[in-house]
Design a protein around this ligand. Sequence first.
Ligand code: SF4
Length: 416
Amino acid sequence: MAKRTLINKLAILADAAKYDASCASSGTSTRNSLGKDGGLGSTEGMGICHAYAPDGRCISLLKVLLTNFCIFDCRYCINRASSNVERARFTPAELVQITLDFYKRNYIEGLFLSSGIIRNADYTMEQMIEVARALREDHGFRGYIHLKSIPEADPLLIRRAGELADRLSINVELPREESLQSYAPEKSGQVIRKAMADVRLSIEDAKDARSSRILKKATPPKFAPGGQSTQMIVGADDSNDAAILDTSTKLYSGYKLRRVYYSAYSPIPDASSDLPPVKPPLMREHRLYQADWLLRFYGFETGEILANAPDGMLDLEIDPKLSWALSNRDWFPVDINKASKTLLLRVPGLGTTSVKRILSARRQTRLGLDDLSKLTTSVKKVLPFIITRDWTPGALTDAQNLRERFAPPPRQLVLL
Ligand code: SF4
């Protein structure tokens, strides 16, 4: 067999990594200026994704697998042992070289590294650590490193990974333990949660050591200063959105996670079937992110968001805050010149930044629609729910057809 070039390997291993949702651009619709419509740019560039650094900056990362070979056979994963995909593997030295080349050319500001399991969890973790070690210690690499840790690996290896990486993540994979047993029998929810708990303790210990030092020049080692995150696959098992959000809430509080990433399950195409491939549930993934945001930053409870969803599924046509507002119209209209921050955060179309701006601006003047248009991006969405100096919605708040103003018009299904 011909030897693969580095670029061949990169094409395979960056493509294989796109199923991991722990970067902001994962799962985006594909757009490419080389297509028939022309244009500028592409979302399909090999392995570059975006993530947020601990200081809130959006950074570009080389997102890649060390290998897509795997001895495990998780049913939801395209890289599982029984999958018929092309395989490739980088040596740690090759991946270090590529990362440095991309970094020096300003293509990336860091590395997001994951891997299938080669031989066993410890061996694979050692290989990933070697990439991070060589970057940090041999080449003085100061860029961002996110390592996807293997929960079955020795805790000492995960500890070492945390000393080298800015962020660690350990995937819970599926929302329920029963689903994990059925879809990934080689994995254990208990082992995954124990590894996440260890990472949480190590992060807290490192923070405590740094804050309690007496001498400023004493510098206790850092441990994953960007925190830890996890990923849940959406749509592989039959868990509904209520179960997913419930699991997320427990994970955030139990392990002090920075993020739970939701990854729409991409069914593996069946080459022998004449049917069109099943599309991943990207809108469901998007609605879960919105609901997750409401739970963490807007003071909502899961029960409120899903109060009108007996099947425990979020509305796909409109966002969860709007859906809640339409079912709770007695809360509105809200006077933006008087309402509390808690109430303003409940208004559809007002994000945390807009609310902050409103609270600050209304100290100087009574706000009208003109002012509001400078403080928020979606005045049209806000109008039925607010009062300003020069606007009251009248009967609009209670209008029967309010939902239709926002929901996409019905479309006829395609004839197959
Ligand atoms: S261990 Fe990871 S790479 Fe291997 S089959 Fe399972 S999900 Fe895929």
